[in-house]
Design a protein around this ligand. Structure first.
Ligand code: ASP
Ligand code: MG
Length: 408
């Protein structure tokens, strides 16, 4: 999937910057105007700009709410027709705002931008980028505004890239256009050691590696999309996460070369479906998930239980209609697959957190001291994940963050 063909043809002597503005950064007209000012300032120093936008504020959630009112298991194709409208609104308004400032601009949908994806509605993967029209417009001196989160399949169907997918659009375009940098703007000044709303003492990370960032993103940190980071790593794209409407140094991914300080950060995820699966049924279950294009976060063998069971954790963000999925699993597998409700994960990310027994022991004893029951542990070279009750997430996140090294 990362072997996407990129039509690389950077126009000579034309340094390109790709910027991406998240939903909260373009939540209303006043903020769209501010973004336009920011874009104008960036073009003033001789750069050509491609600006990827997300849907305004909570538009995507609102559209999903509408869909849910009509159907609990909406056809994914129709969902994509609906959800792609959100980004079309912001791209057109930003382009208009730039025109008002006297900056020549043009907006494109994902399809017009040459973002070609597979057929997997609601969680499509980019397979090729052909930014022919974007290059033409850049050469003509226009700022190009691109609707994030969407593409078109080879069958000319409109697709979306999964929640938070505008980051992926930005990184894929940065790779195809050989941009100098991909700047990701949101309502926080970069990547923090934990969600500052949960952990007030969380600090900004000046830089971190692709792998740590990918772990954090898949563990529930919403600041960057995990697939976007995967793309950036595969194509060597430098990411810079910044606050859209406040000054600040932000976070650079990857950091500046060898001097990179090892980081530790904590993220939690409550948007998870946890399945307990009889191990002999695991293959069949995974096939059903694959048919539905549902991804897994982790599969963990031999969980505690009456028989040899396996835990399968499924991120719910792109499962539009979990009730329908559960009903299907019930029909197909009966008691061999059970959903465990009310569970979420706290993940500590950093080199050694999952592989040094002493550190893992401290992590577990911290949970024990709080009286938090740990249902399962999943570790890897860069992470330690504890499966706990959703109610315990904030407190455990704060406590585990307390074990990490402070800023500096
Ligand atoms: N608007 C989409 C979402 O909310 C895509 C994005 O924000 O990146 O998931
Ligand atoms: Mg959004």
């Amino acid at each position: 999937m990362l072997k996407a063909q990129l039509t690389k043809q950077p126009p000579a002597g034309m340094p390109i910057i790709v910027q991406k503005y998240g939903g909260s950064s373009v939540a209303d007209v006043a903020r769209i105007r501010k973004v336009a000012e920011r874009v104008r300032a960036r073009t003033a120093d001789g750069h050509r700009l491609v600006v990827v936008v997300s849907a305004m504020g909570d538009t995507t959630d609102e559209l999903l709410g509408l869909a849910k009112e009509v159907s609990l298991d909406p056809p994914r194709r129709e969902l994509d027709m609906l959800l792609t409208c959100g980004e079309r609104i912001s791209m057109a308004l930003l382009s208009m705002a730039l025109h008002e400032l006297g900056v020549p601009a043009i907006s494109f949908t994902g399809s017009q931008s040459g973002i070609i994806t597979d057929e997997s509605h609601a969680s499509a993967r980019i397979v090729e980028v052909r930014p022919v029209r974007i290059l033409e417009e850049l050469q003509a001196g226009r700022v190009v505004i691109v609707a994030g989160y969407q593409g078109v399949s080879r069958k000319r169907e409109v697709t979306t890239l999964g929640r938070g997918g505008s980051d992926t659009t930005a990184v894929a375009l940065a790779a195809a256009l050989q941009a100098e940098v991909c700047e990701i703007f949101s309502d926080v000044d970069g990547v923090f050691s934990a969600d500052p709303r949960v952990v007030p003492e969380a600090h900004r990370l000046a830089s971190l590696g692709y792998d740590e960032m990918q772990e954090l993103a898949s563990a529930g940190a919403r600041v960057l999309n995990a697939q976007a980071v995967e793309w950036a790593k595969a194509n060597g794209i430098a990411l810079h996460a910044l606050h859209a409407h406040a000054p600040g140094p932000g976070t650079r991914i990857p950091g500046a070369g060898a001097g990179q300080v090892p980081v530790t950060a904590v993220a939690s995820d409550a948007d998870l479906l946890v399945l307990l699966v009889r191990t002999e049924t695991l293959g069949a279950l995974l096939s059903v998930l694959a048919e539905r294009r549902v991804r897994t976060r982790f599969v963990l063998g031999q969980a505690a239980g009456p028989s040899a069971d396996t835990l399968v954790a499924v991120p719910l963000a792109d499962v539009h209609g979990p009730a329908a999925l559960l009903a299907e699993l019930e029909r197909s597998f009966g008691h061999a697959v059970r959903a465990l409700s009310g569970l979420g994960t706290v993940t500590v990310v950093g080199a050694g957190v999952g592989t040094e027994p002493g550190r893992l022991a401290t992590t577990l004893s911290t949970a024990a001291v709080l009286g938090v029951e740990v249902h399962a542990v999943h570790t890897g070279p860069l992470h330690a994940t504890l499966l706990v009750s959703v109610e315990d997430l904030p407190e455990l996140t704060r406590a585990l963050h307390g074990l990490t090294d402070g800023p500096g």
